[in-house]
Write a protein that binds this ligand. Structure first.
Ligand code: FAS
Ligand code: PHB
Length: 390
């Protein structure tokens, strides 16, 4: 099989790149190791920066997003019995975010790809990327027991943190930067009305909590849990009781309980690999970086990677220029590191760190009180949350 761009991974990164390339008339094949239903079953991000909304507009997949997505103009930080609203719209000259689940973004992209008749190989096994340092990179895989090979011009490694692409690069060719956090997030999705019309991030003595949503009738909640926590340790009732204890009383009183549609525990880590390009192999999204979800940046960083990579590939084919390809890694990493900083900062100031000294506790409180009292400090939070320019 021959194509121009072979994309490894049918998560949001791979599907968005595939959709943009297909609309541009650039042939591409997506190779995904799981089935489409499994990809859709993963409950992840919920907040889209304007840059991502604009890219989904350009990809022609934003009809439902504009119909069902909820525009948010601010969010609340709750701490020490007080609340501080970050007026994103007022502090950034009108910028907002849109609440619309990653599952729905993925669904919209999958449907568009099916309509376009573009090729996606699901349930691919033994996926390997080969000769990507040459001008003739290849992807080999097994499908229904049949070995298959795809020759291409470029390979987009959109296969997430545990994917094969980054792991296929020789160790001497890259440097990893990482920090693991001493806790995880236990998330619960339920068809209950939202406890607050905007997101509430709570720093409580008992630990972090987040009230988010997928719609006005479907809520997404998170509580910080110890790393060794097992899902079976937490019944729905125990989850809601703990959530309420960590929220401001009026928000807690507004929490409606209901059976969980999904419950999962996510570890928190900061991770970046440099560079993101290896010959004709380009890493994008979680394959290249991970942020703790506290800053709602993971999915949105995948979008800016795809913006840069798509523009570079189009420039190559249309203008026979490699400038975009040659600067992709530097350009993407410049934005990635700023989002890593913001996600690390939000995580550092909002969670209960086991082993924090009394000094550390005072520093955390001082950070939050500075944001509370300073318009400049609140503006820094607001402009990072809505997303720094691409
Ligand atoms: P993905 O991991 O989504 O997709 C990679 C795809 O590649 C997967 O479908 C995988 O099956 C496939 N793949 C892997 N290995 C392969 C191989 N060898 N061959 C072929 N295919 C292969 N972000 C937020 O902004 N907010 C959140 O609340 C949030 N919560 C998260 C919770 C969890 C548990 C996780 C893991 C991430 C969370 N994220 C969150 C981040 C998440 O949204 C990612 O940023 C987003 O999924 C990135 O998309 P992709 O880069 O496409 O990677
Ligand atoms: C979510 O709705 O899943 C969500 C929202 C904001 C975050 C993390 C997750 O910071």
């Amino acid at each position: 099989m021959r194509t121009q761009v072979a994309i490894i991974g049918a998560g949001p990164s791979g599907l968005l790149l595939g959709q943009l390339l297909t609309r541009q008339g650039i042939d591409n094949v997506i190779v995904e190791r799981r089935g489409g239903d499994h990809v859709l079953s993963r409950i992840r991000a919920g907040v889209l920066e304007q840059g991502m909304v604009d890219l989904l507009d350009e990809a022609g997949v934003s009809l439902r997003l504009h119909r069902e997505g909820i525009v948010h103009e601010g969010f609340t930080l709750a701490f020490a019995g007080r609340r501080h609203r970050i007026d994103m719209k007022g502090l950034t000259g009108g910028k907002t975010v849109t609440v619309y689940g990653q599952t729905e973004v993925t669904r919209d992209l999958m449907e568009a790809r099916q309509v376009a008749g573009a090729s996606t190989i699901y349930n691919a096994e033994n996926v390997a990327v080969r000769d990507f340092e040459s001008v003739s990179p290849r992807v080999s895989l097994t499908k229904d027991g049949m070995p298959t090979e795809i020759s291409c011009d470029f390979i987009a490694g959109c296969d997430g943190f545990h994917g094969v692409c980054r792991q296929s690069v020789p160790l001497h060719a890259f440097q990893e930067f990482q920090r693991s956090y001493p806790f995880g997030w236990l998330g619960l999705l339920a068809d209950v009305p939202a406890a607050s019309h905007e997101l509430v991030y709570a720093n409580d003595e008992r630990g972090f909590a987040l009230c988010s949503m997928r719609s006005t009738t479907r809520s997404r909640y998170y509580i910080q849990v110890p790393l060794e926590t097992k899902i079976e340790d937490w019944s729905d009732e125990q989850f809601f009781a703990e959530l309420r204890l960590r929220l401001p009383p009026d928000v807690a009183a507004n929490v409606t309980t209901g059976p969980s549609l999904e419950k999962s525990i996510a570890p928190l880590r900061s991770f970046v690999v440099e560079p993101m390009r290896f010959g004709q192999l380009f890493l994008a999204g979680d394959a290249a970086h991970i942020v703790p979800p506290t800053g709602a940046k993971g999915l949105n960083l995948a979008a800016s990677d795809i913006r840069y990579l798509f523009d570079a590939i189009v420039e190559f084919y249309l203008e026979k220029s490699t400038v975009g390809l040659d600067t992709y890694s530097t350009r993407a990493l410049a934005r990635i590191w700023k989002a890593e900083r913001f996600s690390w900062w939000m995580t550092s100031v909002l969670h209960k760190f086991p082993g924090n000294s009394p000094f550390d506790e005072r520093m955390q409180r001082a950070e939050l009180e500075y944001v509370e009292k300073s318009r400049a400090a609140s503006t820094v939070v607001a402009e990072n949350y809505v997303g720094l320019p691409y």
